[in-house]
Design a protein around this ligand. Structure first.
Ligand code: HEC
Length: 133
């Protein structure tokens, strides 16, 4: 069906992809829901430590989303550049669909353990403060 007037918003625009697939848990500005989903503000810190770049794509909410590889790359690059601009490394290389394809093929079995290990790297590198007891 064709309609006249302004062109329709492309469904695959990253903000739109985020709204439809991630917003429910991670909230409009990536603030997250305590006890349910972590904030995405500051997510670019993961890029600074070993295993972090993979983690961001292998985490089940991302790897097992309904999005195709190109869309995952687009929405992740958008998240990092929108919610975590201040932490973004200057030499950040955006994810490509090919990289996402390879990374998401890896099934993350121990999610909490994997996340804790990456976060521990950030604490050790003083990128993040140690978690409060
Ligand atoms: C059903 C709720 C839910 C949805 C929907 C969801 N996530 Fe998540 N997300 C989580 C949880 C919970 C974690 C923490 C790791 C875990 O336990 O799976 C997480 C972790 C993450 C992380 C790593 C950040 C960190 O601090 O661990 C990123 C990046 C992320 N999600 C992005 C996305 C994107 C992009 C989408 C949409 C394609 C999405 N998520 C959809 C719940 C969700």
């Amino acid at each position: 069906m064709l309609t006249s007037g302004a062109p329709p918003v492309r469904a695959e625009q990253p903000a739109q992809l985020y709204m439809l697939n991630c917003w429910g848990c991670h909230r409009p500005n990536g603030e997250g829901i305590p006890g349910t989903a972590p904030p995405l503000q500051g997510a670019a810190d993961f890029l600074k430590v070993k295993g972090g770049r993979q983690y961001l794509i292998e985490v089940p909410g991302v790897a097992q989303s309904a999005l195709n590889d190109e869309q995952v790359a687009e929405v992740m690059n958008w998240i990092l550049q929108t919610f975590s601009k201040e932490q973004l490394p200057r030499d950040f290389k955006p994810y490509s669909g090919d990289e996402v394809k390879q990374l998401r093929a890896v099934r993350m079995l121990e999610i909490t353990k994997t996340r804790n290990a990456v976060v521990a790297e950030m604490v050790a590198a003083k990128i993040r403060p140690a978690a409060k007891p």
